[in-house]
Design a protein around this ligand. Structure first.
Ligand SMILES: [Zn+2]
Ligand SMILES: [Zn+2]
Length: 360
């Protein structure tokens, strides 16, 4: 059983929570911690609905701690700052992504890779020091250590909240694996919340982008709306054969189990296949195609705080925003049902600021 905070914030918090594995959300009254010396308190304006919210609400990863207030794509406005806060002032626009704490002293933390800290504290469904449960952005206020808060660029629309998870999840591997060089040819597998952001960032880096999908359904949209250069249907052997050894890298966003041999065949020598989706079961890894061409299969998880800020500034400069459907708070259960059926282009964003109404 999670404990409550020793020092609760005098202003009560309100949000929507799931109480059990049904994953159904309903209104929930709770308390945040009092704003500490290094904390920023902010009013939540928008929060994206991420596919991982769905998994955790229903305990599909087996680690859910109820009640769960989801939300890790959170954008808001600062309402209070602690006495030692250096980076923020009341009134600043801010964002909080997938984590709200880390050890701050390990090998990873010391090089701005808090996302790989073994003691990283997730924004929700995790424990703060003191054993209190963390609650996410499907709520009216948040209190977060300033180190895990980013500045929201002035010319970036506040409802572009999915940049904080879907955005950084695709930006970071393109940079880290060197797949951001103009003239490269990049494949993006799966055109959902993550995939559509991968296309936009890869295009902004000046690469040629091919979307790889099981059906032709999304072809027109990928090319006309998202700016992809070409579209490849993975179930069409002719097309796949013609595209063999043409890609420098692939960002694979699919979270269902799927064969990766066809993808490895698309890579040039030294090509890199980067997985950012998380299939529940292991995928089969054919080694022979890796040897033939010194290819690499890697993974990547969100990004550190410094890189998250860099990504937001880049997005603002290049006018990169997610394609979203903004919905009111009381639509959340319907939105989750539709997300389960992939019935959204490409991300739902909850309009918390205008539609979350406290009830007692
Ligand atoms: Zn997410
Ligand atoms: Zn650490």
């Amino acid at each position: 059983m999670a404990k409550s905070y020793e020092n609760e914030h005098p202003i009560k918090a309100f949000g929507w929570a799931a109480r059990d594995t049904s994953g159904v959300l309903s209104p929930f009254n709770f308390s945040r911690r009092v704003t500490g010396e290094k904390d920023v308190q902010f009013k939540v304006m928008y929060c994206g609905i991420c596919h991982s919210d769905l998994h955790q609400l229903k305990n599909e990863w087996g680690n859910s701690k109820y009640p769960i207030v989801p939300g890790h794509e959170v954008v808001g406005v600062v309402t209070e700052v602690g006495s030692k806060v250096e980076k923020f002032e009341v009134g600043d626009k801010v964002g909080v992504g997938c984590m709200v704490g880390s050890c701050r002293e390990c090998e990873n933390c010391s090089v701005d890779l808090e996302n790989y800290c073994p003691r990283q504290i997730p924004t929700y469904n995790g424990y703060s020091p003191g054993e209190t449960l963390t609650f996410g952005g499907y709520s009216d206020i948040m209190v977060t250590d300033e180190h895990f808060v980013v500045h929201w660029p002035e010319n970036l629309s506040m409802d572009a909240a999915p940049l904080l998870c879907a955005g950084i999840t695709t930006y970071s591997p393109l940079k880290y694996y060197g797949l951001d060089k103009p003239g490269m040819h990049i494949g993006v597998v799966g055109l959902g919340g993550l995939g559509h952001m991968a296309v936009k960032f890869a295009k902004a880096f000046g690469t040629k982008v091919t979307v790889i999908s099981t059906s032709a359904n999304k072809k027109q949209e990928a090319i006309e709306c998202l700016g992809a250069d070409s579209f490849l249907i993975s179930r069409d052997p002719e097309q796949m054969k013609a595209a063999m050894s043409t890609l420098d890298g692939i960002i694979d966003t699919v979270s269902a189990v799927h064969p990766i041999l066809p993808l490895l065949s698309l890579l040039k020598a030294h090509g890199k296949l980067v997985m950012v989706g998380a299939p529940e079961k292991p995928v089969e890894l054919p080694v022979f195609p890796l040897l033939m061409g010194r290819k690499l299969v890697g993974g990547s998880l969100i990004g550190g705080m410094k890189e998250t800020q860099e990504m937001l500034d880049f997005a603002a400069k290049h006018n990169i925003t997610p394609v979203i459907e903004v919905v009111p708070m009381d639509y959340v259960n319907t939105a989750l049902e539709r997300l389960l059926k992939s019935d959204v282009k490409y991300r739902f964003v909850l309009d918390i600021g205008n539609t979350l109404k406290a009830t007692n």
